[in-house]
Design a protein around this ligand. Structure first.
Ligand SMILES: Cc1cc2nc3c(=O)[nH]c(=O)nc-3n(C[C@H](O)[C@H](O)[C@H](O)COP(=O)(O)O)c2cc1C
Length: 158
């Protein structure tokens, strides 16, 4: 018998992470994005990272359709953006500043870092799919990260 999902979420919440918005686009060109902290660096050569995407997410089909995603690492001033992209429905990009990367996927304004990825592999994993992305371009800027710990948003030094 496994651990209850709420208990697992509570315990895993003790593993502090940064917060990202992973953006992608649908086959019809519509942009999608979701807040995600299941992000891991996988390999340096080749440059690979992974994100875990919930099969129930509205944006889920776009990953397989486009084979593209961009990881936007949020700055500590971007909690509202994180909240916005953590709720399904509507046009999450309305009123949000962004530009398009070389891959045609939105890069959110003011993020601490972004990584443009092409999906090179996918692994079925329970209620999520693990997407392995090859990093084609990445950039950083100055700032402090938004953090997530014990189910709440934090800043460095809290
Ligand atoms: C801090 C935080 C981290 C999250 N991490 C993930 C994640 O790694 N993968 C995921 O699929 N959903 C994650 N979620 C939940 C999604 O953001 C949420 O289900 C969202 O509504 C999905 O958007 P969509 O249905 O428009 O695709 C996270 C939510 C929060 C608040």
């Amino acid at each position: 018998m496994g651990i209850d999902k709420n208990e697992l979420r509570r315990v895993m919440g003790h593993f502090a992470t940064g917060v990202t918005v992973v953006t992608t686009r649908a086959a019809n060109g519509k942009f999608h994005g979701l807040t995600a902290n299941a992000l891991t660096s996988v390999s340096l050569v080749p440059a690979l990272l992974l994100v875990c995407i919930d099969k129930q997410a509205e944006s889920y089909p776009c990953f397989a359709e486009s084979k593209l995603f961009t990881v936007n690492v949020l700055d500590d001033s971007q909690e509202e953006l994180s909240r916005r992209f953590a709720v399904s429905g509507g046009d999450k990009f309305e009123g949000v500043g962004y530009r398009l990367g070389a891959n045609g996927v939105p890069i959110l304004e003011g993020v601490l870092a972004h990584l443009e990825c092409r999906i090179v592999d996918a692994h079925d994993a329970g209620d999520h799919t693990i997407y392995i992305g090859e990093v084609e371009y990445a950039e950083t800027r100055e700032g402090k990260p938004l953090l997530f710990f014990r189910g709440g948003y934090r800043s460095m030094g809290d």
